[in-house]
Design a protein around this ligand. Structure first.
Ligand code: NAD
Ligand code: PRE
Length: 364
């Protein structure tokens, strides 16, 4: 039996979902766009089986409908969809970065036999559009679902089964709680990144050295300032109350630093860094890649061409099965620059012994 999945808004997130679902047994993916120019691109990019400008055509007989449009357009899409004849049992879900407002609107629109389950994959990028879509975007990320209490468990489980193709971990969260949490760990950081870049720009635009010298720290903390302005306008407006309260707390945090500096309180500054180090060190590491591996080695390798090939060859010659290999771009959380992953602990131990005898520095 074939399942039809309709995706409205085939950009970064919609396109990535398409890549995860298209070609899976029994699944057909249809993409909808409001712009004629986008249809060919989504087909060329291979994220959907078919593309249409017609909402009716996309929604007809769909088993699942994903709304992947900007947050500010979700309500309008919901209203239009609920006015169409939808397949009984159809599940409508969204990927919007806020959940309370869309859940409320969906509640007011309910149609018999059609279920709305709010969704939000906690993975993304500062890039947007279908060209930025990736099969691996959701792998090992958390994917929040916010079903209202009247959604039958059967429907929830059906969506959960479909989303297994994303390889994300599904987590059920209350919509209001969701908005409070993502306000703090996603929306406020975007505001701060933008404010930081704008502060440097506003006060120093005529001194090119600021741009030249902007190194790792500035770039790390401001990557997300390059995010799509329209997408973020909608997200921030939709989470207004939560953000206003967080920004007041932020003012307090900054005022604390002003006081520490004015008082030349070195211990206080050190303590602030120690506290942040500890909390941040406890964040679970996110891993992306085709293979979920269990046993990892980190090794330091000298930076010269061919070294990675040599290590892979040395392991291969010794019949040690390597599952995955990753160069670690950001060294902040882990020692070593190369991660070697093994399915079996014994295999990892053999690799460690072998690499040690070859003189590498190895961390388990
Ligand atoms: N970017 C992220 O990191 C991220 C992560 C998780 C969730 N989200 C959420 O996913 C949704 C889509 O974001 P994205 O990053 O994929 O954005 P995107 O710009 O890459 O994609 C949005 C898509 O919606 C389409 N669209 C349809 N109607 C539109 C309209 N009236 N105005 C503008 N665009 C319209 C666009 O053509 C585009 O294909 C948003 O609700 C966002 O909050 C984003
Ligand atoms: O990695 C990024 O670039 C993101 O901004 C992703 C991010 C986040 O803040 O973590 C952004 C918005 C989403 O709704 C979910 C994830």
């Amino acid at each position: 039996m074939t399942m039809k999945v309709a995706i409205f808004g085939v950009g970064l997130i919609g396109g990535s979902l398409g890549l995860c679902l298209k070609g899976k047994p029994g699944i057909t993916v249809v993409g909808h766009s409001h712009r004629p120019g986008s249809l060919n691109r989504m087909i060329e990019r291979g994220v959907v089986d078919a593309a249409t400008l017609s909402m009716e055509e996309a929604a007809a007989d769909a088993d699942f409908i994903f709304l992947c449009v900007p947050v500010g357009n979700l309500e309008e899409y919901l209203e239009k969809l609920y006015a169409l004849p939808l397949k009984p049992g159809c599940i409508i879900t969204d990927v919007g970065s806020t959940k309370a407002s869309v859940m409320e609107r969906a509640r007011s629109l309910s149609a018999s036999g059609v279920y709305f389950i709010g969704g939000h994959p906690m993975a993304g990028s500062e890039r947007s559009g279908v060209d930025a879509a990736s099969t691996l975007l959701f792998e090992n990320a958390y994917y929040v679902l916010t079903p209202s209490p009247d959604v039958p468990e059967e429907a929830y489980l059906r969506l959960e089964r479909l989303l297994a193709h994303t390889r994300a971990q599904i987590v059920r969260v209350d919509a209001v709680m969701h908005d409070r949490i993502v306000g703090a760990i996603s929306h406020l950081p975007h505001i701060i990144a933008v404010a930081l870049v704008n502060q440097v720009c506003d006060y120093n635009a005529d001194n090119g050295l600021y741009r030249t010298l902007a190194a790792g720290g500035f770039r790390d903390i401001t990557r997300i300032a390059s995010s799509d302005p329209l997408i973020w306008r909608d997200i921030l407006l939709s989470n207004q109350e939560v953000l206003l309260s967080l920004l007041r707390d932020w003012n307090e945090e900054i005022a604390g630093f002003i006081r520490l500096l004015e008082a030349q309180d070195g211990d206080g500054i050190k303590q602030a860094f120690e506290k942040a180090n500890q909390f941040r060190g406890e964040l679970p590491e996110r891993r992306k890649g085709a293979i979920t591996s269990l046993f990892d080695l980190h090794i330091d390798v000298p930076d010269h061409p061919g070294i990675i090939g040599q290590i892979a060859t040395q392991l291969g010659v010794n019949q040690i099965n390597l599952s995955n290999m990753q160069i670690i771009e950001s060294r902040e959380d882990v020692p070593g620059v190369l991660r070697l992953s093994f399915r079996q602990e014994a295999e990892m131990e053999r690799a460690k012994d072998h690499l040690l005898t070859l003189g590498y520095t190895v961390y388990v």
